[in-house]
Design a protein around this ligand. Sequence first.
Ligand code: CMP
Length: 139
Amino acid sequence: ATERTLSIIKPDATKRNLTGKINAKFEEAGLRIVAQKRIHLTKAQAGIFYKVHAERPFYDELCEFMASAPVVVQVLEGEGAIAKNREVMGATNPADAAPGTIRAEFAESVGENSVHGSDAPETAAEEISFFFAGLEIVG
Ligand code: CMP
């Protein structure tokens, strides 16, 4: 089925001017960018977005990092978009990411790993509505 997923191009990638190269990977995989904006999160906003990780030891570092520079938030649409996006991103830790994936090519570490993607339909819906109003998504 056609799905939508929330993607974030993280500070390590925007700082290195990788937005276009990462978007090319999505588009080559058949994912359509149906909404996109560049924003600079506050640490508090990052904390709300990543609230499921609040008890993890890396939570504070993660929120600091996500607020350290602009990010590009986007909605990707396509057949099986949630799984397809995770495939294109590669494993969370770039050391484990398959060759050709975004994280294998661009990520610097498990924390500074260039991209985020929703992991399931329920989280995709929640994450999309965190960043975008319905009228901003043009399929
Ligand atoms: P993401 O898909 O955005 O979801 C949660 C993020 O936490 C994850 O990608 C990583 O960037 C980050 N993360 C996971 N494990 C660690 C870790 N051990 N140290 C620092 N950050 C981590």
